[in-house]
Design a protein around this ligand. Structure first.
Ligand SMILES: [Fe+2]
Length: 242
C-alpha cells in the first residue's frame, strides 16, 4: 500500500478554505472566475448562469432593470493562472487504455463522476486535450500490474470531459485524491492531483493544495464532482499528443 506522500517540496498545507468554485483559493480569484470563465461555460453549455452557479450566486447583470442597456459582451482576458502542478508519485503507468469510465464489474466503492472543461490561459476551451487519470481503489490500493482504475480520454469539441469512476480510498500519509495528467494538443504535460472538500486529512497532508479542490455534491448514492483545468497551449496545428 503505498505511500506517494513524501512531503518533500510539497505545496502549501491546508488552510481549511473550501472555495465554491474549483481551483481557486481566495475570494478575489473566485469573483473573477465567476465573471469570466463561468460566463463562458454558460455559453458553452447553453444553460442559464444561475444554473451553473447553483442558484447561490447572482451576477449584477442578472438584476438590471428591463429598460437598462444590455451589458457589454463578457470579456475573457488572460488573467487565469494555470492549474498548479503536483508530484506524479510512484504509481503512474504509461499506455493506459482510452476510456472515460473506469468502472468494472464487481468494483466496490462509491460511484463518482468528475466533469469539467480544459481551458487555455486565455479562457478558451481546448478541444482534444488529453486527460490521463489514475487512482487508488476503494481500499486505497493502486493496481501496479494491470490498468484497473487507470484510463485516458480526450476533451470534446467544447473542451469538455467526463470521468466515471469510484471515490478513491485512503492510504497512509495521504488525503483522498485523484492523479491526472493533462495536455493540450502539442502542449506541455501538466501532472497534478485533485482533492475532495471536507476531508479531515486535507488539514494534514502536506501535498494538499486548496486550488485543486473539486466541487463535490451528493447525487443519491453517488457523488458528482466538477473541476476545470487551465493549461498552457500547444503549438497551433500540432498533432494530438499523449
Ligand atoms: Fe496517490
Amino acid at each position: 500500500m503505498a505511500d506517494d506522500t513524501l512531503p518533500t517540496g510539497g505545496t502549501t498545507g491546508a488552510n481549511g478554505h473550501d472555495p465554491h468554485v474549483p481551483g481557486h483559493g481566495d475570494d478575489t480569484t473566485e469573483r473573477r472566475h465567476i465573471s469570466r470563465k463561468t460566463v463562458l461555460k454558460a455559453a458553452l453549455l447553453a444553460v442559464p448562469l444561475p444554473a451553473l452557479l447553483g442558484g447561490g450566486v447572482a451576477l449584477a447583470r442578472d438584476h438590471r432593470p428591463a429598460d437598462a442597456p444590455l451589458p457589454p459582451t463578457p470579456y475573457c482576458d488572460d488573467g487565469d493562472e494555470p492549474t498548479p502542478p503536483q508530484i506524479e508519485g510512484p504509481y503512474f503507468k504509461p499506455s493506459s487504455p482510452e476510456r472515460s469510465s473506469l468502472l468494472e464489474p464487481g468494483m466496490r466503492g462509491t460511484r463518482l463522476t468528475v466533469a469539467g472543461f480544459v481551458f487555455g490561459p486565455t479562457c478558451r476551451p481546448v478541444a482534444h486535450a488529453l486527460l490521463d487519470f489514475w487512482q487508488a481503489d476503494n481500499a486505497g490500493a493502486y493496481d501496479n500490474r494491470g490498468y484497473r482504475l487507470r484510463g485516458h480520454q480526450y476533451t470534446d469539441e467544447r473542451g469538455a470531459f467526463t470521468l466515471t469512476t469510484i471515490v478513491p480510498g485512503l492510504y497512509p500519509g495521504r488525503t483522498r485524491h485523484l492523479h491526472v495528467k493533462v495536455q493540450a494538443p502539442g502542449g506541455p504535460l501538466l501532472t497534478t492531483q485533485l482533492y475532495f472538500p471536507g476531508e479531515p486529512r486535507n488539514q494534514t497532508d502536506s501535498l494538499f493544495d486548496p486550488r485543486l479542490l473539486m466541487t463535490v455534491r451528493q447525487a443519491g448514492p453517488a457523488k458528482e464532482a466538477a473541476f476545470d483545468f487551465v493549461v498552457n497551449p500547444g503549438v497551433p496545428g500540432a498533432a494530438r499528443g499523449r
